[in-house]
Write a protein that binds this ligand. Structure first.
Ligand SMILES: Nc1nc(=O)c2c([nH]1)NC[C@@H]1CN(c3ccc(C(=O)N[C@@H](CCC(=O)O)C(=O)O)cc3)CN21
Ligand SMILES: CC(C)C(=O)C(=O)O
Ligand SMILES: [Mg+2]
Length: 280
């Protein structure tokens, strides 16, 4: 793993040009301090609507609002200088019509300074993707396990196990690519489907529970560093356990306060020196 060129921001066309090349490295970020830590190491930062579950304790991504995505999107853009920042369009902000999608996406672009938006869906979203791209908004597609459709899908289970479901996902991915998506996230599908789509699509695929053959990979940062422990999808690899370190820090602080070891003399403000105080 190498620190990337941090002098210049990765552009959307540069990500598209990575098809079949060096894998696109991507992680989610929701806040400025996390973006600052991740930015040098990744090509793309996604401000995912997973923030509803990870940061806000919601039990799905559906209650996430456009205002939440804009606030967190702006925070991530402020914390990054290298990565291409993409912001999820939340549930309800784009499905109704291409016009509604444009209004939402234009607010996200203008108010955050991000480079692109992501939206979930297949063939039914192709017209919307084309509408946005033709009007200057780069779109990242997202097919397979699409969490905003959890109530239709009936849970966060792997997709494309049946030939019929696999065909529908493939048709959707081709429609989104044809409509001008610059890359497509393939989430939670059988590996063979993600591999086949990577071989057949002209744009990069970014896998999350997809395939090692995908043109890139993405995961939720809190999942890989152990800061989110409500559930762990099968596709997550854990690289650190920061919740343990946070708990240890809180325990040590609590022990210090209760024993009056904190604050120490170095943590308190001495009185200002002045002419008429005997102690000065
Ligand atoms: N922290 C986090 N990580 C994610 O990857 C993520 C989110 N949140 N929120 C939005 C969606 C929801 N996702 C999920 C959520 C749960 C499973 C999960 O538990 N899958 C089980 C099988 C579940 C079942 O069979 O019903 C698994 O074994 O992977 C997978 C993806 C992926 N996304
Ligand atoms: C995991 C990625 C693909 C996502 O959509 C999210 O974090 O919301
Ligand atoms: Mg999302």
């Amino acid at each position: 793993m190498s620190v990337q060129d941090s002098r210049r921001r990765v552009t959307v066309p540069e990500l598209t040009a990575r098809k079949g090349g060096t894998p696109i490295v991507s992680l989610t970020a929701y806040t400025t301090p996390m973006a600052r830590q991740l930015d040098p190491h990744v090509d793309m930062l996604l401000v995912g609507d997973s923030l509803g579950m990870v940061l806000y304790g919601m039990d799905s991504t559906l209650p996430v609002t456009l205002d939440m995505m804009i606030a967190h999107g702006a925070a991530v853009v402020r914390g990054s200088s290298h990565a291409c920042v993409v912001v999820d369009l939340p549930f309800g902000s784009y499905q109704e019509s291409p016009e509604a999608a444009f209004r939402s996406a234009a607010r996200v672009m203008a108010e955050t300074g991000c480079a692109a938006v992501k939206l979930e869906g297949g063939a039914e979203m192709a017209r919307t993707v084309e509408f946005l791209v033709h009007r200057g908004i780069p779109v990242l597609g997202h097919v397979g396990l699409t969490p905003q459709s959890v109530n239709v899908l009936g849970g966060y289970r792997a997709r494309g196990r049946s030939g019929q479901e696999g065909n529908a996902i493939a048709t959707g991915a081709f429609a989104i690519a044809e409509a001008g998506a610059f890359a497509i996230v393939i989430e939670g599908t059988v590996e063979t489907l993600a591999r086949q789509l990577t071989a057949d699509l002209s744009v990069p695929t970014i896998g999350i529970g997809g395939s090692p053959a995908c043109d890139g990979q993405i995961l939720v940062t809190e999942d890989i560093v152990g800061l989110f422990n409500d559930f762990t999808p099968k596709f997550v690899k854990r690289y650190a356990d920061l919740s343990v370190q946070i708990g240890q820090a809180a325990q040590a602080y609590a022990d210090d306060v209760r024993a009056r070891r904190f604050p120490g003399p170095e943590h308190v403000f001495a009185p200002k020196p002045s002419g008429n105080t005997p102690n000065a």
